[in-house]
Design a protein around this ligand. Structure first.
Ligand SMILES: Nc1ncnc2c1ncn2[C@@H]1O[C@H](COP(=O)(O)OP(=O)(O)OP(=O)(O)O)[C@@H](O)[C@H]1O
Ligand SMILES: C[C@H](N)[C@H](N)CCCCCC(=O)O
Ligand SMILES: [Mg+2]
Length: 221
């Protein structure tokens, strides 16, 4: 799908939502019309009688094209655990075809860029046989990998980059994100990531950064 990217990460809590919101803000600043989606979320609280997930709310608020909550996050599961386990706990079945339909529906609006946040890392099941990341392949969405900078992230980043390629997807770029204030040997970790990840680094989000610049040209945006 044109100008549509699937945002994955090295792990849950690596900063996918932080990076997605930062990118939406930066694109909006350039006057771009943006859509942000979180097709499946696990972990939700009731707001005005409706289950809502915090990532989805942040993404809904950050995107310039205002969609209703159900369009941003059509599948919202209450337990804050792996999505397929959460679905099973509440007796629901999630299918990728269903998610694909929801994503296509939300993207009927005229947009310049759409960012679709995954859940957890690359290999996160939505049911007993399907992975959420297969949606990136099915819908031809290039992937942006968010690397949460910490001890252990080199291995996670390189495994994920390889897995993305092995899944038949394009790794369009990666982002160095700093969820932690201090990480030992941060510069050396960053240099290592730059050396080994075979895709452009399109941004570096420092800890608590608010106004981040990205190299959107590398994404063709
Ligand atoms: N650059 C940063 N500076 C400060 N805090 C950050 C940064 N990146 C992430 N965080 C914080 O770390 C936590 C996890 O980040 P975030 O929610 O973006 O992770 P995620 O990868 O989207 O997780 P999930 O798998 O649940 O979707 C959040 O509290 C977020 O505010
Ligand atoms: C609940 C959490 N914040 C995420 N929404 C889901 C993380 C799924 C991780 C699954 C796993 O890799 O074990
Ligand atoms: Mg998130």
């Amino acid at each position: 799908m044109k100008n549509t990217f699937f945002i994955t990460g090295t792990d849950t809590d690596c900063g996918k939502t932080y990076a997605t919101v930062s990118m939406l803000n930066a694109l909006n600043k350039q006057g771009k019309h943006t859509i942000g989606l979180k097709p499946i979320a696990a972990g939700a609280q009731e707001v005005d009688g409706q289950l809502q997930n915090n990532d989805a709310i942040q993404i809904q608020n950050a995107a310039s094209i205002k969609l209703i909550y159900e369009q941003v996050n059509p599948i919202c599961l209450k337990p804050a655990i792996a999505p397929h386990i959460a679905a099973k706990q509440i007796g629901r079945t999630v299918q990728l075809t269903q998610l694909e339909g929801f994503i296509k529906g939300a993207m009927m609006r005229k947009y310049d860029a759409t960012l679709v946040e995954g859940a957890g890392g690359w290999f996160v099941p939505v049911n007993d046989v399907q992975m959420l990341s297969q949606i990136a392949n099915q819908m031809n969405m290039p992937v942006i990998l968010v690397v949460g900078i910490k001890l252990g992230c080199i291995n996670h980043a390189l495994l994920t980059a390889q897995a993305i390629k092995n899944s038949g997807c394009q790794l369009a770029g990666w982002i160095a994100n700093e969820p932690f204030e201090h990480v030992d040997c941060k510069q050396e970790i960053l240099e290592t990531l730059h050396r080994f990840i075979q895709a452009p680094c399109i941004g570096h989000i420092e800890n608590n950064a608010t106004d981040v610049e990205f190299d959107f040209e590398r994404l063709g945006l």
